[in-house]
Design a protein around this ligand. Structure first.
Ligand code: FAD
Length: 410
């Protein structure tokens, strides 16, 4: 068996893996990324948050992405019938970038991977991690390439960025069910000739528990996905194409915009995508991105967590390999879980209806709106923001206040 010697093995070349690899390379380590698929490859997760930009910039990856001509994203619109609530990221409370992009992930992820390759990362495509043996923090990993060749990677540390592949959680019994109620989605890209505002994602409320994302791209196509529970989808045809078309026909907004639109590909269905894990690290390994936790598409938080965790893990692994003391629980797990918990509270408040009451309340308090806008822009570690520091309490208090105000006005 041939054996690759490397300082750090990164499993998966999505945004989490590329960010971790970029920071490790920057710190002078030898990095090998092993990726199961050939890029470009399709993956869902197309609307970024402004918080992503600072990480791309720090990693030295921003310039490569700037050249791609992606659609700029400057805010979000929440639409319910005739009611519209707009968040403009330039009005956010926290410091930091106030715009980002809407990207076809096949192109975005390929641009990131190409750039880390240019920076000297050893990148193996169409190669799958099949087995890992740890000896302290050192490890020997078995990899199999698509042509059937088996080889080994000897590494001083592993970053698991395998996304839904969840290599380490599966191998080492770290899988944990998400506490969020199960949801499904059907989605496709459409030729969108009736678009008006390209620079905002739309979350369209179809009915309780049911909403659609509308994410315009720079090439005139748009991503449309409907999210709900099994009961809703069971009320339509089962086949993805008929189901997708029937849902579009059933909603006035979707029908007007997409009723006549051609599809770019056959709609895809996904379910059970909310996942969690018992631990975010182990001896000689750290988990990043979707290999850790995925909540829900509603606030487009996935890539933000992927790059946040990739950045932090890359820096901490570099510290560890330089002989510095790393408190993985405090420096990594507690930090990451804080951000996850903030978004989780917002996801729960979205599906309970509390957040929708807040968004569509008449005469919003602009100070509060700026603080909520910061969360929606991905600044979920800014503890200056009361809607980050005490998310549940702040949202509940605001929702109750609005209810009382509403009753007294009536
Ligand atoms: P990935 O991008 O999934 O990359 C992991 C890589 O690991 C893959 O390329 C895979 O091939 C590779 N791999 C897996 N197993 C192995 C193995 N054994 N060996 C080698 N390689 C392996 N996020 C957003 O930010 N915005 C959105 O609008 C958004 N919408 C979403 C909508 C839906 C319906 C869902 C389900 C998710 C959405 N997300 C969104 C989340 C987003 O998809 C993920 O959070 C993001 O892709 C995570 O990036 P990652 O780098 O962790 O993993």
């Amino acid at each position: 068996l041939s054996r690759i010697q490397t300082d750090v093995l990164v499993i998966g070349a999505g945004p989490a893996g590329c960010l971790a690899a970029a920071f490790l390379k920057k710190r002078g380590f030898d990095v090998t990324v092993v990726e199961k698929q050939k890029f470009p490859r399709f993956v869902i997760g197309e609307s970024l948050l402004p918080r992503v930009m600072g990480h791309l910039e720090d990693a030295g990856l921003l310039e490569a992405i700037k050249d791609m001509g992606f659609q700029e994203k400057r805010g979000a619109l929440f639409i319910h019938g005739n009611e519209v609530c707009e968040f403009d990221f330039s009005e956010k409370f926290s410091e930091g970038w106030d715009w980002t992009w809407q990207v076809k992930r096949a192109d975005f992820d390929k641009a990131l991977a190409d750039d880390i390759f240019r920076k000297g990362v050893n990148l193996l495509f169409e190669t799958t991690v099949t087995q890992i043996e740890f000896s302290g923090t050192d490890s020997i990993t078995t990899i199999v390439s698509n042509d059937g060749t088996t080889s080994e990677v000897s590494a001083k540390f592993i970053v698991d960025a395998s996304g839904y592949g969840r290599v380490i959680p599966r191998m080492f019994d770290l899988e944990q069910a998400s506490s969020l109620s199960p949801k499904q989605t059907v989605f496709s890209h459409l030729k969108d000739e009736k678009r008006t505002d390209d620079s905002r994602i739309i979350a369209l409320i179809i009915k309780e528990n049911t909403w659609a994302w509308i994410i315009p791209f720079s090439d005139g196509t748009t991503s449309l996905g409907i999210v709900s529970d099994a009961e809703y989808f069971n009320s339509f045809s089962e086949a993805p194409l008929s189901q997708f078309r029937e849902i579009i026909e059933s909603n006035d907004f979707l029908k007007a915009r997409f009723g006549e639109a051609d599809l770019v590909f056959e709609p895809k269905k996904l379910g059970g995508y909310a996942v969690s894990c018992k631990k975010l690290y182990g001896e000689g390994v750290v988990l990043v991105g979707n290999a850790t936790e995925f909540l829900d598409p509603i606030f487009s938080s996935g890539v933000t967590f992927a790059v946040e965790s990739g950045h932090l893990a890359g820096d901490l692994v570099a510290d560890f390999l330089e002989g510095k003391k790393v408190d993985w629980e405090e420096d990594y797990s507690v930090y990451m879980r804080k951000g996850i918990e903030v978004f989780k509270t917002y996801v729960e408040a979205w599906y309970s209806g509390d957040l929708q009451h807040i968004f569509f309340a008449p005469k919003p308090d602009l100070g509060i709106k700026r603080q909520i806008c910061s969360v929606l822009a991905g600044y979920v570690w800014d503890t200056e923001n009361p809607f980050v520091r005490r998310p549940e309490k702040s949202l509940k208090a605001l929702s109750s206040f609005l209810e009382i105000r509403n009753k007294s006005v009536k």
